[in-house]
Design a protein around this ligand. Structure first.
Ligand code: NAI
Ligand code: MG
Length: 338
């Protein structure tokens, strides 16, 4: 039985990398049907609404979406549709794997996943200035919100993810030595939940600054990292750097009602329409989607085909080659069929 997926081509290079990804999924025989919907700049121009109701309804109905990057206008114009989607569907878990794909990488065989809490912490944006005398900006303050509900939900997600994806260890990253209430609560809940998984998933916790160094010195000691919003934002980019950067960074945004899979990179307006974008990150996002749908073998087959294709010289410009998006996609499909 095919799963219906909402497909959002997006802006800039979006349609190019989305089409490449659909070709790879079809070649792999993924049992998916796509419902194409628009959002972003493209939708704003066509319909006067960057997030049409029809698109929201489609995601609501299917519970799963694969999306290309969406352009956010700078200054005037609509606000980030990515943020709007995250809020609308309460996509509380941002899952960012960092897996070495390239030959001759900075680090061989890095293979870890960051599970970032996506709705709380300092990013709730409760902040304000306090004026003193004639200085309206004398002080600025910001409130960090950590709830038991939000912490349990994300930490449990990390453990369940570890079990479902055959990962051995969850490391909770925090700054509870300084932020004794907020991060203290996050850690306390982590320790409670870890007991339920004893014997099935290992657990440890680490302070964020020590983690940042350990990731660079010896990334192999990490498997699944679960952390709060801001630390997850920072560390997920750090680990993307360990495995070659944006070109290899997929992301999943998971909620109870819906999950949205995408590449971490943006719409790359500088190279849009030229047929030279690298579709690897979106193909990896599609693999995350397949894993989410429990098609683990299919996700692995595509990952292996990518790895073999990346060893060849038919790669896109950002990887030092001169292949077009289509030529590189052909090479991946050839490996898939090999
Ligand atoms: P960007 O990621 O689009 O581009 C940064 C640089 O990386 C550019 O030189 C671009 O050519 C290159 N690049 C990115 N993806 C590539 C790919 N697949 N293949 C080859 N080269 C690639 O970041 P930028 O320029 O800051 O943002 C452009 C637009 O994308 C903005 O409107 C931004 O708001 C939006 N954006 C959307 C995201 C999303 O929908 N999830 C995420 C990040 C940015
Ligand atoms: Mg970020």
């Amino acid at each position: 039985m095919a799963t219906t997926v909402t497909l959002i081509p997006g802006d800039g290079i979006g349609p190019e990398v989305v089409n490449a990804t659909v070709r790879v999924l079809e070649a792999a025989g993924a049992p998916l049907e796509f419902e194409r919907q628009i959002a972003g700049m493209h939708a704003a121009e066509a319909l006067g609404n960057p997030l049409p109701q029809e698109t929201l309804d489609s995601i609501e109905r299917n519970g799963i979406a694969l999306k290309g990057p969406l352009t956010t206008p700078i200054g005037a114009g609509f606000r980030s549709i990515n943020v709007a989607l995250r809020k609308h569907f309460e996509l509380y878990a941002n899952v960012r794997p960092a897996i070495t794909m390239q030959p001759n990488p900075r680090y061989d065989d890095v293979n870890m996943v960051i599970v970032r809490e996506n709705t709380e912490g300092l990013y709730v944006g409760v902040e304000n200035y306090i004026g003193i005398g004639d200085d309206p900006h004398a002080v600025a303050e910001s409130v960090m919100i950590i709830t038991r509900y939000g912490s349990e939900r994300i930490i449990r997600y990390a453990f369940e993810y570890a079990l479902a994806n055959d990962r051995k260890k969850v490391t909770l990253v925090h700054k509870a030595n300084i932020l004794k209430c907020t991060h203290g609560l996050f850690l306390e809940i982590g320790r409670e939940i870890a007991k339920e998984y004893e014997g099935r998933v290992e657990f440890d916790d680490r302070i964020v600054d020590a983690t940042a160094m350990a990731l660079v010195v010896d990334p192999y000691q990490f498997d699944v990292i679960v952390t709060e919003n801001m630390f997850g934002d920072i560390l997920s980019d750090q680990v993307a750097g360990l495995v070659g950067g944006l070109g290899f960074a997929p992301g999943a945004n998971i909620g109870k009602r819906a999950s949205i899979f995408e590449a971490v990179h943006g719409s790359a307006p500088d190279i849009a329409g030229q047929g030279i974008a690298n579709p690897t990150a979106l193909i990896l996002a599609a693999c995350l989607m397949l894993e989410h749908l429990e098609h683990h073998d299919m996700a692995k087959a595509i990952g292996d085909a990518l790895r073999r294709a990346l060893r060849g010289d038919v790669v896109t410009g950002d990887l030092g080659g001169s292949a077009s998006t289509q030529e590189y996609t052909d090479a991946v499909i050839e490996q898939l069929n090999a």
